[in-house]
Each structure stands twice: as structure tokens, then as C-alpha cells.
Design a protein around this ligand. Structure first.
Ligand SMILES: Nc1ncnc2c1ncn2[C@@H]1O[C@H](COP(=O)(O)OP(=O)(O)OP(=O)(O)O)[C@@H](O)[C@H]1O
Ligand SMILES: [Mg+2]
Length: 389
């Protein structure tokens, strides 16, 4: 039950494939938690502009803002003693703060900040967005007193990327002089840059985000970073521990598309293997059926027969009315077919998440985007009222 989840946990991490509704789910859960009296923070990644507006986050940087209680009152929502805070995650400034913390002296700090490679790496490095989301979460958990923090996660090609982000970032930056990149750089320094080309694996990695003219910047960056590596690594370990703490739970969001269900399932298995806590699965954008078990095949005939006996319809040309109704009936049948597929997919999700089949919550496809407080509240009510059976 959603109520139980919000009461038991201090952090929810919302994950899922791109575009399934992670940001919406995170915001909706946070609205619901605030309504149930909790002091709640939602850390969002790149929300749609209208959602950011509704949360009052449009102009703000990397810090928390309280969503004014009047906005809830205007949306007809009674917040009681609850509070909702929001913050937009900004990878670059979070990375900057990490450097600030671990740079051994101001010179190194300035050297890193002005380094052309760093400017790209801090946002484009594989895993840096995901890692920085966790880093920010760690910082806020340590320093502030929220009853609940809901963390939205960046759009990754694969939701599992989120779990491996700290390792990938660490691997890339290398454990000081033994790291993959560092080793290659040192070797290159000894034998000349020309030979580095031999190490195609490293080059391929680098080419993703550096041009050859920033190569010197890269060498410079690596040697500066080397000096703060120990501190960074210790911190990364603590950050990673969050993912295993019992007051955290992962909320997996999926659509009814088979590929998204598969990905959600892989993520679920991975959580279990890594002993990380699972919370709920939201199956988003489920097309509701309006016909339930009614016979669809006879729908067109039924509508036409009905029109023939309806007095107002007699004023119209019978042939055209029949054509129009046939088309309307066909559209209805097509939609119902999709709705039945979706219903089957929800059953499939329950089977896939067998042991937690009662924590699978379908949310219907709304007739428009979800960007205001009232529709976020409605979204969460669907989750809250799902029996989960
Ligand atoms: N149940 C729903 N019904 C209708 N629209 C929805 C529903 N859920 C989400 N949306 C809309 O779909 C769009 C994408 O949702 P959202 O931004 O939450 O996805 P996301 O998983 O965070 O995407 P990304 O991976 O790019 O971060 C938004 O415009 C949102 O309002
Ligand atoms: Mg998003």
C-alpha cells in the first residue's frame, strides 16, 4: 500500500526506462506524501516546463524551495501540516560542489574548474548525471530533516545504469595511479602520445567527449584529480551505501510496452541480487476499458439500429448516419482492443513481479499531460486506491 510505503521509508528512488513517467510519478508521490502530513522533498531531473512552473521551480537553481501552501489551496488540496519542497537537480553544480569539498587547495580547485575537459566531463561523463543525483541525495539526507525525500532519476537508456553509476564513474576516473585511464595516461607520457593510439579501447572512450585539442586539458585534469581521489572514493562508497539502507525503497515505473516491462523486470531482479530494497511498481498510461466484457463485434449494428429508432436522427440522411456510426463503432472497437491488451499487460507485470504482485499499481492514461498539482494528486490517488490484488 502506498500509505505504508510513505510511512515506512525516508527515501524513494524512482527509476525506469526513458519517458515512462518517472518525473511525474516522483512529483505525484511527493504531493501525496505532503498531503498526508509529511515534510517532503522532491528532487526532480529536467521536469517538463509546465510541471516546473506548477511546482514553482522555473527560475531556481540547485537548492530547495518550498511550494507555497496557497498553490495547494488554489488547487483545492488541503495540505494540513504537510510541506512540499522541490529542487531541480543540476549535475554540473553538484559536481562543482564535490570538487570544492575535496580539492586539497584553492589552486587545484581553480585548475579543475577552468579546465576545458572538466567542463564537458562534469555533465557528459557516462554515469555522472546518475552519480550526482545520488550524491545530492546523500548530502540532503545527511544535512536536512525531511520526513521523506523522493528522488527522480535521469533518463538513461537503461534503468540499470543508475545502479552501476558510482562504479562506472570510479572506474573511469581510476583509483589513483592504478585506474584504467590513469595507467594509460602515464604510459602515454612515457612512450609518447603516438603510441596511445594502440590502446583503442581507451581512445574510443575518450573520443566520446573530447576532441584531440583538449587532450592536454585531460592530462591536466587527471593529474589534478589524482590528488583528491582518496576523499572522492571514500565519499562514493558512502553514497553507494544509501542504496542498501532499509529506509530507502526503489519505485519502478514502466509503461505497458513489452520492452519497458522487460527492463523493469531486469531492474527488479538486479535489486534482489544486490540486496537493495524494492518498494512498488507503477504501470503507467494504462488505457482503461469502457466496455469491459461487452460484445464488441455487434457494436456497429447495435448503434445503427438504435439511431434508426431515435427521433432526432430521422432528420438526417439515413445512409450517412449509418456510415458515421459504423466509423464511430470501429474507433471504439480499436480503442477497446488496445485497452484489453493493456489489461493483459498489467496481469503480465504482476506475474513478472510475482513475490510483489500486490505492489503493482496501474495508473490510467490521462486525457492530457500531468503538470499541475490537482492532476498530480489524482495520479497518486489512483496508486493509493489500487487494491493491488
Ligand atoms: N498517466 C499519464 N497520462 C497522461 N500523460 C502522462 C501520464 N504520465 C505521464 N504523462 C506525461 O508524459 C510525459 C512524460 O512524463 P515524464 O516526464 O514523467 O517521463 P520521464 O520518465 O520522467 O521521462 P524522462 O525519461 O525523459 O525523464 C509528460 O508530459 C507527462 O505529463
Ligand atoms: Mg524525467
Amino acid at each position: 500500500m502506498l500509505k505504508q510505503l510513505l510511512a515506512d521509508k525516508k527515501t524513494l528512488i524512482v527509476v525506469g526506462p526513458g519517458g515512462v513517467g518517472k518525473t511525474t510519478t516522483a512529483a505525484a508521490f511527493a504531493v501525496h506524501a505532503a498531503r498526508s502530513g509529511l515534510k517532503t522533498l522532491v528532487l526532480t531531473v529536467d521536469p517538463a516546463r509546465r510541471l516546473a512552473n506548477s511546482l514553482g521551480l522555473e527560475e531556481l537553481g540547485n537548492h530547495e524551495v518550498r511550494i507555497p501552501p496557497e498553490r495547494f489551496a488554489a488547487a483545492g488540496i488541503d495540505l494540513g501540516s504537510g510541506e512540499l519542497w522541490g529542487m531541480m537537480l543540476d549535475t554540473k553544480s553538484t559536481f562543482d560542489a564535490v570538487i570544492e569539498r575535496y580539492a586539497p587547495n584553492p589552486e587545484i580547485k581553480e585548475k579543475i574548474f577552468s579546465n576545458a575537459f572538466y567542463k564537458q566531463a562534469s555533465t557528459a561523463l557516462a554515469g555522472s548525471q546518475e552519480y550526482m543525483a545520488m550524491e545530492k541525495l546523500y548530502e540532503i539526507r545527511e544535512q536536512r530533516s525531511y520526513d521523506l525525500i523522493v528522488l527522480d532519476t535521469p533518463p538513461t537508456a537503461n534503468a540499470l545504469d543508475f545502479l552501476s553509476a558510482p562504479e562506472r564513474l570510479e572506474d573511469f576516473l581510476g583509483s589513483g595511479s592504478s585506474g584504467m585511464l590513469m595507467r594509460s595516461m602515464k604510459a602515454a607520457g612515457r612512450v609518447g602520445l603516438g603510441l596511445l593510439k594502440v590502446n583503442a579501447f581507451v581512445l574510443r572512450g575518450l573520443n566520446r567527449f573530447v576532441g584531440s585539442d583538449t587532450f592536454i586539458d585531460l592530462l591536466d585534469f587527471i593529474s589534478s584529480f589524482d590528488e583528491m581521489y582518496a576523499g572522492f572514493k571514500a565519499r562514493a562508497r558512502r553514497v553507494r551505501e544509501i542504496l542498501r539502507s532499509p529506509d530507502v525503497a526503489f519505485v519502478i515505473v514502466t509503461s505497458t510496452a513489452s520492452s519497458a516491462i522487460d527492463e523493469g523486470g531486469f531492474f527488479y531482479d538486479q535489486l534482489e541480487r544486490s540486496r537493495m530494497p524494492f518498494g512498488a511498481v507503477v504501470v503507467n498510461r494504462v488505457r482503461p476499458s469502457y466496455m469491459e466484457d461487452k460484445d464488441l463485434a455487434g457494436l456497429g449494428d447495435h448503434l445503427i439500429a438504435k439511431a434508426r429508432t431515435t427521433a432526432e436522427m430521422k432528420a438526417y440522411d439515413g445512409y450517412h448516419v449509418a456510415r458515421l456510426l459504423e466509423r464511430a463503432a470501429q474507433a471504439c472497437v480499436d480503442y477497446e482492443t488496445l485497452a484489453r491488451v493493456d489489461a493483459d499487460r498489467v496481469v503480465e507485470v504482476r506475474e513478472r513481479f510475482k513475490r510483489d504482485g500486490d505492489k503493482v499499481y496501474p495508473v490510467p492514461l490521462f486525457d492530457r499531460d500531468i503538470h499541475d498539482l490537482a492532476s498530480l494528486a489524482r495520479f497518486a490517488e489512483h496508486v493509493a486506491s489500487a487494491t493491488g490484488a
